[in-house]
Design a protein around this ligand. Sequence first.
Ligand code: PLP
Length: 261
Amino acid sequence: MNQRPHVLILSGLDPSGGAGIQADIQAVTALGCHPLPVLSCLTVQDTRNVYNAESINPDLIRQQLECLAGDVPIHAIKTGALGSAAIVDVLVQFVEDKSGIPLIVDPVIKAAGGGDLADEALVSAMRERLFSIADVITPNGVELVQLGGIENERAAAETLIAQGCPAVLTTGGHGDEPQITNRLHRPGSPDAEWKLERRGGEYHGSGCTLAASIAAGRAQGLNLEAAIEQAQSYVSKAIEHALTVGRGQPVPDRGGAAATS
Ligand code: PLP
């Protein structure tokens, strides 16, 4: 019988199939792991924006997590849009009871089109209770400024680290410099830095894909830097073969060429 590393995913449903739990499931599967998907919220959304969202009952999520944990080994956890502060509390309690599982947090706050995916209570819950137990958080440029409270990338990452976050991966995908620079900030060690070729444009679900791919690498036993490298190379391939799905942003092709090349 075959076995694969298991990645527990807690994220939202995007019916366009571009971002959210579908992105996570596809990336985790393509990188050779088995996804354990738990939904945090349902959204009304297309490839252009998010128009409404409703979170799942936190007690149902608690039951799902407990039920799974009683049966299935969990090798890494990835979170995306979390729906509500109460869901963060359920997750924090679950992770604290199972210390040692790497937790990759994509602190989703807004869709690329500007639609809200987190209220103030949810942002505070992530900052105050979730980040300190994460292996790494992966904010995009907009999330980094909001969470760190300052425009400068390094200063924002240092603020989050001073508040107890063990590692911050800052990503340059949403900027317009000729190369994308991703940096891993950790207390007490020099930043690791990666320069990637920019293809131009924005891709719906690229942040989800990156964070889910990092979780897959960590579930496979890679250290954080190696997991980030594997994830970046998979995301680049998925973007190179991006799909036209609707009238908004193209969607990384996570299941096609990126999975097999
Ligand atoms: N999760 C959900 C459910 C979403 O709807 C979105 C964006 O619309 C995201 C996560 C974040 O998407 P991205 O990877 O493009 O930052």
